[in-house]
Design a protein around this ligand. Structure first.
Ligand code: ADP
Length: 201
């Protein structure tokens, strides 16, 4: 059974997906996992892990990457320097340094080139590999920005479908997965896509 409960959290909508069933022995009070859609600055979140939409150099940049480096402090750049870059679709890890988040998972999204250059597969990998590495590191709460939808130009709705599809595949293994939208219009896109995915279920 899937239900949806709307309540005010972080002054935006919280989507709570509830699954029940004998196939999940650790189900308690019918509540198993959550995907939260919020509007916030990713760097302000007190979670186990935040995901950075980095570039291949891992040496910092604009957008969310710049905000993360600015808030984490110069030690982050030092740590990133030792990682040897990161290929699109891959993920590398550092500490969170001055951020409230304990760790940062740096992933590199695809640059949008019209949709026929494998962008979808690469973006899926960003989410799946981040979620997989998070699990391996004992992360229980993780927050994502909308990877590739800023400077890299990925269409927002298509990107949200990819993000939420990957998150629902992993959501039973996390306490909380957060889609951290930076503005109202991005939040609205995620809300619309979430509704579509729920109806398919
Ligand atoms: P990319 O190069 O992968 O497109 P960007 O940083 O340009 O990365 O944009 C990715 C997304 O992150 C965009 O939706 C942008 O609005 C959002 N964003 C930018 N700054 C922040 C922030 N501080 N917190 C959360 N999201 C952010």
């Amino acid at each position: 059974m899937i239900g949806r409960d709307l309540s005010g959290v972080y002054s935006s909508l919280l989507y709570r997906i509830i699954r029940q069933g004998p196939e999940v022995p650790w189900c308690e009070n019918g509540e198993l996992y959550m995907i939260e859609l919020i509007k916030a600055d990713l760097t302000s979140l007190s979670v186990d892990a935040i995901v950075n939409a980095a570039n291949s150099s891992l040496m910092g940049g604009g957008g969310v990457d710049g905000a993360i480096h600015a808030s984490a402090g110069p030690q982050l750049l030092e740590a990133c320097r030792k990682l040897g870059g990161c290929q699109p679709g891959d993920v590398k890890m550092t500490a969170g340094f001055n951020l409230p988040a304990k760790i940062i998972l740096h992933t590199v999204g695809p640059i949008w080139r019209g949709g026929r250059a494998g962008e979808r597969a690469v973006l899926s990998c960003c989410y799946e590999k981040s979620l997989q590495l998070g699990l391996e590191e004992g992360v229980t709460s993780i927050a994502f920005p909308s990877i590739s939808t800023g400077a890299y130009g990925y269409p927002k709705r298509q990107a949200a479908v990819i993000a939420l599809t990957a998150m629902t595949q992993y959501s039973e293994r996390y306490e909380t997965i957060i889609c951290c939208c930076f503005n109202d219009s991005d939040l609205w896109v995620y809300q619309k896509v979430m509704g579509t995915l729920e109806r398919r279920d």
